[in-house]
Write a protein that binds this ligand. Structure first.
Ligand code: BEZ
Length: 233
């Protein structure tokens, strides 16, 4: 059969559309997620240890993501019955880092043909041509890709960081600001760089801003302001 080639999606692109079978029934992506943030993520294989630790962690945080209007969708190139058996094993048998009885309620896509994985650049042959790498796509309520992260097979992701990414994107949208290195809700935020000398001078004199130089001004944004905006998403 002729090999289909896909361009890798990029930040700012519409999320490539697909319909797929999942552990929660069929999904029409990203159309049915319109109005919600969504994290589409891939893992290499069911019944593997790093993936199991990741699914238990992500499933335990599902409510926290839901409160930020963010839904989760997983994918691997395994089949539906493998997915179902693996998720049942996780629930019935695995205890890990204080987590037990963990039920994965978000959909896990079966992608035996690798059609979706290829569309999203999740197959990276230098790492593996038979498994998806650990890819993460953060997609906004309009279906636009806002963040892309890729990890190799051997490295479990940091799910606190994924949550921080979602909150930082929502905060940037709500307040028209940028977030500095290692930002967490409650930390000062960056006001966009001034486009003219006049504005830069005004900024430097503005008592509400801390200007380190004309191009680098921050302002206070309380944790309450951030959480209020996030919860209204
Ligand atoms: C794992 O999840 O443990 C794993 C999966 C594929 C390759 C290496 C590790």
């Amino acid at each position: 059969m002729e090999e289909q080639s896909f361009a890798m999606p990029r930040i700012g692109d519409p999320a490539p559309a697909f319909k797929a079978v999942t552990t929660q029934g069929e999904i029409n992506f990203p159309e049915q997620y319109a109005g919600s943030w969504v994290i589409l993520f891939s893992h290499p294989a069911d019944f593997t240890p790093v993936c199991t630790s990741e699914f238990m962690t992500f499933a335990s945080m599902e409510g926290q993501f839901a409160q930020a209007n963010c839904q989760l969708v997983g994918l691997s190139v395994d089949g539906l019955y493998s997915h179902i058996a693996w998720l049942r094993t996780i629930k019935e048998k695995i205890q890990y880092k204080g987590m037990k009885d963990v039920e994965v309620r978000f959909p896990l896509i079966e992608d035996i043909t690798m059609e979706v994985a290829k569309k999203y650049g999740m197959i990276q042959p230098g790492e593996s041509s038979t498994k998806a790498v650990r890819a993460v796509f953060v997609i906004d309520p309009k279906g636009i890709i806002r963040t892309i992260l890729y990890y190799p097979l051997s490295m479990g992701r940091n799910f606190d960081e994924l949550y921080r990414v979602v909150i930082a994107l929502q905060t940037a949208d709500a307040f028209d600001i940028a977030t500095p290195a290692d930002w967490r809700p409650g930390d000062d935020v960056i006001v966009p760089t001034a486009g003219s000398c006049g504005v830069a001078k005004e900024r430097m004199e503005n008592q509400d801003l801390t200007c380190h130089d004309w191009f680098f001004c921050t302002k206070k944004l309380t944790k309450e302001q951030v959480l209020d905006a996030v919860l209204k998403q």
